[in-house]
Design a protein around this ligand. Structure first.
Ligand code: ATP
Ligand code: MG
Length: 561
């Protein structure tokens, strides 16, 4: 579907209306403004698809702006990770900006506000200020410092900047209205003192601007036309506008803040703070753990940028918060991988098959199709010999007529190979089957003659030749949380709802063509699902992640438990 054919979302309706009212199309400009205090997650993907999508639709620039006003929490590592993730998703930013680049301009504007008697230095403790804040139904009370002279305010603010005062001794507040029905308008803090090194400005500053003061003015400096943020900022819009009123001049674009709903994904959490906690508590192995809903985690898991973008575009944006089932994301992953992933054979829960009428030392190389969905994908050779592995649950001694896999006296086709018949099985002392003895039909090899002349049987099984197979570590993932919406319970902490069995590591046996598989490459293990090569692989041992199963099996699993 082309960009133009898609129906408009409510943000696009707002923009269309602005254009109809004479806003020049060339002046449209957007930004994606992450705070570099953690890794980007699936919720940010929605925000990126929205902002960069608007850029594409209107051929307008989109800035990547780091909202880096809190040196206590922000780090270069996160800046680097965010850039990597945005680029990997396929989005191109116009310029890379930092709110910290605007610290001098913001300071100059703050001085202007003081001079206009619209800002003052308050020297109370944060507890005292909190007491004066009032409640939504009762007005606040003015600070005793509210009527400081302009000269005194200028001197104090300068001193704050020069590092003359300790943290918490003074703040700069906007002088708005302590009785405003909107609590955010009750003389909000613009600056606080922090004696902390910043990842970009180092120790140049001892005062740091607050989000509300920074965000709108940064939008204005960049001449962003539509500043899109999540709903929790709806109440901040009044303040955003008040701050803009103080600095906007005619003939410049005055940014417009509009809000959309945060996206939540089931069986996980999408908050950098909570994701950080999973990392620091060691519940996962890092921000890029394949169980994490971070872009880095999903990349490592084997998800594709296309799948993530298709997911975000399908759910679109909303005016109200809601929970999107993670199986919808998995659907898009499966759908894309079905088209692009080469097929290979791997056995993850093996049982040995011995072909009693196949010569002992013989081996054959059979031709196998790489991807039936992609004609250009070609073929490869897979080795066949007397001893094979098949999946343990593909065999039953006795089974009813609906079981199309292998049973004693029954026949199946081995994928790309021969028809075999199970004759007997060998068990150990506990009664576990350790070998299945079969005979093969030498005339039944697929690809050996015209396919029509081939005998047909109901079931087809995947397999690997034992002597050629390579053993690999295969990591199977399950939902990170057992609960659909782990962080919404009043009586339970989300950490109590972590799934203790979200990772299972097993040994799988793979066809030898996978020996040359590279980190990040994705495959369909036939009949099992999609898998990709993990970065933990070494020259001695491959490690695979299960990206997603072939079908949505979660519903079934729930029934079993
Ligand atoms: P978090 O709570 O995870 O820290 P945040 O909003 O503080 O999220 P930012 O780095 O400030 O994270 O977000 C950058 C942009 O992405 C903002 O415009 C924000 O509104 C948007 N965003 C963040 N989380 C979501 C989400 N779950 N759904 C949609 N947009 C989101
Ligand atoms: Mg934030």
């Amino acid at each position: 579907m082309g960009e133009a054919e898609k129906s408009l979302n409510f943000i696009e309706h707002i923009i269309e209306e602005d254009l109809r009212n004479g806003f020049p199309k060339e002046a449209l400009r957007f930004r994606f403004p992450p705070e570099p205090n953690g890794y980007l997650h699936i919720g940010h993907a929605s925000s990126m698809c929205l902002n960069f999508g608007l850029g594409l639709r209107y051929d307008a620039p989109v800035n990547l702006r780091f909202d880096d006003t809190n040196p206590a929490k922000e780090e270069q590592e996160y800046v680097d990770a965010i850039k990597r993730d945005v680029a990997w998703l396929g989005f191109r930013w116009n310029t890379e900006r930092y709110a910290s680049d605007y610290f001098p301009q913001l300071y100059a504007w703050a001085v202007k506000l003081i001079k206009e008697d619209k800002a003052y230095v308050d020297s109370q403790s944060s507890e005292e200020m909190a007491k004066q804040k009032g409640t939504p139904t009762e007005p606040g009370t003015n600070s005793a410092f509210r009527n400081r002279t302009i000269t005194e305010n200028l001197e104090l603010f300068e001193g704050m900047k020069m590092g003359e005062y300790g943290e918490g001794t003074h703040v700069l507040r906007a002088k708005i209205d302590m009785a405003s029905p909107n609590m955010l308008m009750r003389d909000p803090i613009m600056y606080r003192i922090l004696h902390r090194a910043h990842h970009r400005t180092n120790t140049d500053w001892c005062i740091y601007p607050m989000y509300d003061w920074t965000h709108g003015e940064s939008d204005y400096i960049e001449q962003v036309s539509h500043s899109l943020c999540t709903l929790e900022f709806a109440m901040h819009r009044e303040l955003y506008d008040w701050f803009l009123d103080q600095v906007c001049v005619p003939d410049q674009v005055r940014p417009k803040q509009r809000e959309f709903a945060r996206r939540n994904l089931s069986h996980t959490v999408v908050s950098k703070r909570k994701l950080m906690q999973l990392v620091t508590l060691g519940i996962v192995k890092g921000w890029d753990d394949p169980r994490m809903p971070t872009i880095a985690g999903m990349r490592r898991r084997g998800y594709t940028p296309e799948a993530i973008r298709n997911f975000a575009d399908t759910i679109g944006i909303a005016k109200r918060e809601n929970l999107i089932d993670v199986s919808l994301l998995e659907f898009h992953v499966r759908e894309h991988l079905n088209r692009i992933a080469p097929r290979v054979m791997a056995v993850l829960d093996p049982v040995k098959v011995v072909l009693t009428n196949y010569p002992d030392q013989k081996e054959e190389w059979l031709e196998a199709e790489n991807n039936p969905e992609d004609e250009g994908a070609g073929t490869r050779q897979v080795p066949f010999s007397r001893e094979l592995y098949i999946e343990r649950d593909d065999f039953m001694e006795e089974a009813n007529r609906k079981f199309f896999r292998l049973k004693l006296g029954g026949e199946v086709r081995l994928k790309n190979g021969y028809i075999i018949k199970a004759e007997s099985c060998v068990k150990d002392k506990e009664g576990t089957i350790i070998e299945i003895h079969c005979t093969y039909d030498p005339k039944s090899r697929s690809g050996s003659g015209t396919e029509e002349s081939l005998r047909k049987v109901k079931g087809t099984l995947h397999w690997v030749s034992i002597k050629h197979a390579i053993a690999a570590e295969v990591r199977l993932y399950d939902r990170l949380f057992t609960d659909e919406s782990p962080d919404t319970h009043k009586d339970r902490d989300y950490l109590e709802l972590v799934n203790p069995n979200s990772l299972e590591s097993i040994t799988g046996y793979l066809e030898p063509s996978l020996q040359s598989a590279k980190v990040g490459e994705r495959f369909q293990f036939q009949r099992l699902g999609y898998f990709c090569v993990d970065q933990d692989s070494t020259s001695n041992k491959l490690v695979f992640n299960r990206t997603v199963g072939l079908r949505d099996t979660w519903a079934k699993l729930l029934d079993k438990n």
